[in-house]
Unconditional design. Structure first.
Length: 330
């Protein structure tokens, strides 16, 4: 199951209480104060981990609690610190504080760690309150409560290239041919029900990461079809490859091309402004030259002809993608 959003509560551990204690030894029955401090409460951390690719493990667990600090003891013994809790999430996870409506952290790189609920400080024992005029203090402070937060976690996949297009345009077939990814392929809409990532290998040890998202239909930005639930996953990509079916079962390829771009623009100006390579699919069918020429003229941009079935044009497409990525990297 692909889970890219989750809501959780996180609780920092409470600090342990400080101790009120006095030395009671054989030859010193009225010894001074020796109450130790309470231990600090544990904290809750979020850490990115490459081995985690979805937020599924958070969907069934909504409360994460760090350990409480132990209370202080006599003979100036400090309480032990509470146990920390680490929540592992995939790179690309955004953490939002729901109470304040603020973004705590956008965790992009593997191995990043951020504290999302601080543990409370341990209380002070009575050894700290002794003075020359107050030699037997019975004061100690309680531990501070740990921080409590309600968080929303949102995953935006990180890929170099995002595939966009209407359902059955051939995006999944293209990803299967170019990478080891195996998205489902069939002749009905919305074969792809969740984003799929694949690594595309080129000659001379070159590679890039490509993401396929479910097809976009008219009104997707308002929730039509599979809606805009997965559009966030191409917001981080540097480049879009717009796959267009030259022989759609219904409609016109030119109008379908413009419809997808409208949905991108209505969803996000960021998506609308991303560089885009247009790939015209199914050139293996008859009369493709005439269709391709008409489509290219109407689009008014470079169009790369491909066939997901025969593999025609794949080298041209991947080299063009690599060139564009090199320019975008600066």
């Amino acid at each position: 199951m692909f889970v890219d959003e989750a809501e959780i509560w996180v609780f920092g551990g409470d600090g342990g209480n400080g101790c009120v204690s006095f030395r009671r030894e054989k030859y010193e029955p009225h010894g001074g104060p020796d109450g130790g401090d309470g231990g600090d409460g544990g904290s809750v951390y979020c850490e990115t981990d490459d081995s985690v690719n979805v937020l599924m493990h958070l969907a069934g667990k909504h409360h994460w609690r760090a350990g409480r600090g132990a209370h202080g003891m006599g003979k100036k013994r400090y309480g032990r610190r509470g146990k920390d809790v680490v929540i592992r999430v995939p790179p690309g996870t955004i953490l939002r504080d729901l109470e304040h409506g603020t973004v705590l952290k956008d965790l992009v790189h593997p191995g990043e760690r951020v504290c999302i609920a601080q543990g409370g400080r341990g209380g002070r024992g009575n050894v700290h309150f002794a003075t020359p005029t107050h030699q037997a203090p019975r004061e100690a402070t309680p531990g501070e409560p740990g921080q409590v937060r309600r968080l929303h976690l949102e995953l935006k996949l990180i890929a170099d290239v995002g595939l966009v297009g209407q359902p059955n345009a051939g995006k999944s077939t293209l990803l299967r041919r170019l990478s080891a990814a195996r998205p489902k392929v069939a002749a009905y809409p919305f074969t792809t029900l969740e984003p799929v990532l694949g690594i595309v290998e080129l000659s001379q040890y070159r590679r890039f990461l490509m993401a396929d998202i479910p097809g976009l239909i008219e009104g997707a930005h308002r929730g039509a079809g599979l809606g805009d639930a997965f559009l966030r996953h191409i917001e981080r990509t540097r480049l879009l490859v717009h796959v267009v079916d030259l022989y759609p079962l219904d409609g016109d390829p030119i109008e379908r091309y413009h419809a997808v771009n409208r949905e991108l623009r209505l969803h996000s100006q960021v998506l609308a402004e991303k560089p885009q390579i247009v790939a015209a699919n199914k050139i293996d069918l008859t009369e493709s030259k005439e269709r391709l020429a008409a489509f290219t003229e109407a689009v008014g941009a470079e169009v790369i002809p491909i066939s997901g079935v025969t593999g025609a044009g794949m080298n041209v497409l991947t080299e063009r993608i690599w060139q564009e990525l090199a320019v975008l990297k600066g």
